[in-house]
Design a protein around this ligand. Structure first.
Ligand code: CMP
Length: 137
């Protein structure tokens, strides 16, 4: 999910390009204004953390771009492409390392494992919103 700061900074195309040029397949894509209900479900694991209210405020503050990418090893690879949660610790060449400096404004969220990815895809997308296709090359 490209967060509000990624959209506001005109980084949507840049971020999508990094996943496309790596070779992953885009199977879901939508721009949306996130409801508090969706934000609270998405970040439920953090609900006892002090930053939870501001995180929900931020994610619901302006539109995000939700995406589903498919391909061999996509979850682990996406985490490398995205970089460390704190952009100040993220390596150059990663999305957060190249474009971010703030913990709370780290541009993009990526699923952290297969179970989370399954849950998050079904939380954010209906079956009808997901394309079932395989690149010919
Ligand atoms: P994300 O990958 O979306 O998952 C949870 C988010 O919480 C994380 O990226 C950060 O944006 C945010 N987050 C985690 N820790 C902190 C913190 N200490 N202060 C503010 N935001 C945080």
């Amino acid at each position: 999910m490209i967060k509000p700061d990624g959209v506001q900074r005109n980084l949507v195309g840049e971020i999508i390009q990094r996943f496309e040029t790596k070779g992953f397949t885009l199977v879901g894509l939508k721009m949306m204004q996130v409801s508090r209900e969706l934000a609270e479900k998405h970040y439920a694991v953090h609900k006892e953390r002090p930053f939870f209210p501001s995180l929900v405020d931020f994610i619901t503050s302006s539109p995000v771009v939700a995406m589903v990418w498919q391909g061999d090893g996509v979850i682990a690879s996406a985490r490398k492409i995205i970089g460390a949660t704190n952009p100040l610790n993220a390596e150059p060449g990663t999305i957060r390392g190249d474009f971010g400096i703030s913990f709370g404004r780290n541009l993009i969220h990526g699923s952290d494992g297969p179970c989370t990815a399954t849950d998050e895809v079904s939380l954010w997308f209906s079956d009808a919103e997901l394309a079932d296709w395989t690149p010919a090359i």
